[in-house]
Design a protein around this ligand. Sequence first.
Ligand SMILES: Nc1ncnc2c1ncn2[C@@H]1O[C@H](COP(=O)(O)OP(=O)(O)OP(=O)(O)O)[C@@H](O)[C@H]1O
Length: 357
Amino acid sequence: MATDIHGPVTGLATEKGTDKGTEERTEQATGTGAANAAAPSTAASSSPSVAVQVDGLVRAFGDRVVIDGLQLTIRPGEFVALLGRSGCGKSTLLRVLAGLDREIGGEVLAPRRKAVAFQAPRLMPWKKVWRNVLLGLPGRPERETAVRALAEVGLGHRADAWPKTLSGGEAQRASLARALVREPDLLLLDEPFGALDALTRIKAQRLVAELWQERGCAVLLVTHDVEEALLLADRALVMEDGRIAYETAVDLPRPRDISDPRFAALRARLLARLGVTEDTEQAAELTTQEPEKPVLDTAPEEAPEVDNEHRNTGQPHIQNENQNANQSTHQSTHQNENRVAGRSTNRNANRNGTEAP
Ligand SMILES: Nc1ncnc2c1ncn2[C@@H]1O[C@H](COP(=O)(O)OP(=O)(O)OP(=O)(O)O)[C@@H](O)[C@H]1O
């Protein structure tokens, strides 16, 4: 499975057992920028309460500091949405977490098993769909492994198709199958629905919600869509000035209903925070009723249990408000076109005939 070590300094990856505990498949990377790339590696730490821990992350391109002392914690199984204005560094952060960018400062702790799905499905046109799904997997994975993953996203019947014969939604699902086949403890999604039409997008959101609930992995979803964030996530973050400037728990029952006044209130508040609200007065009123929590001014009520002697950077922790959000049980994910992300133990039983995108 995924074994890449990220960061300019290699950390020690641990794989203590064969069970799926995220805490036992965690890797750490530390760095203080390219200048310190030869610093000694640190031992990987593990904690049952943390899937991702980022302390003081810095990423600059030339003179331009895009990520500037960022702090982030994601719990195992937590679904987090990352919002922010274009160019604020969301994809850069995701690439760091994915281990695709090593020129960093600060410390990053992430599961060894992680997978990324981008907005563009990035399928190799000269390989059949099932071979695309297995791309990059170590060993000699069997076709059946790919077919199973494809079946999970409703594409089992297209295993032998060529990528160019897939629709946009099908290609995105194949990309998702490629991520899932890695059995990630952390699934990184970079605007995966951005290129899809509205209906396909809704179906794809449902599919991701169902897969998340079945798999139980932590998810970080980069999106520009506030509603999408609120439909899917336990917690929504806003990135600004190279940091997580704001976060809010999405403490709403699933499946979410956009007509729920609490949904509307959260939406207005997030839009206001992003500076794109159409109704500034309403947002201001809502903000007054329930004040925003600027992350960097918030005392850590529940500091994540990170057993890491290198973790004390003296920077404030991110408060996490979503202890139980992904533990709630729900009946169906298809009650309403505007509802997504219901928990089901039997996905097929709850699809109510609705096809995946
Ligand atoms: N390899 C690179 N070299 C130089 N600059 C880069 C590189 N990658 C990203 N940047 C710059 O870093 C900034 C953040 O980029 P990033 O793609 O992370 O933003 P984003 O928040 O994901 O934007 P969007 O929402 O538009 O996708 C941008 O100004 C971008 O131009």
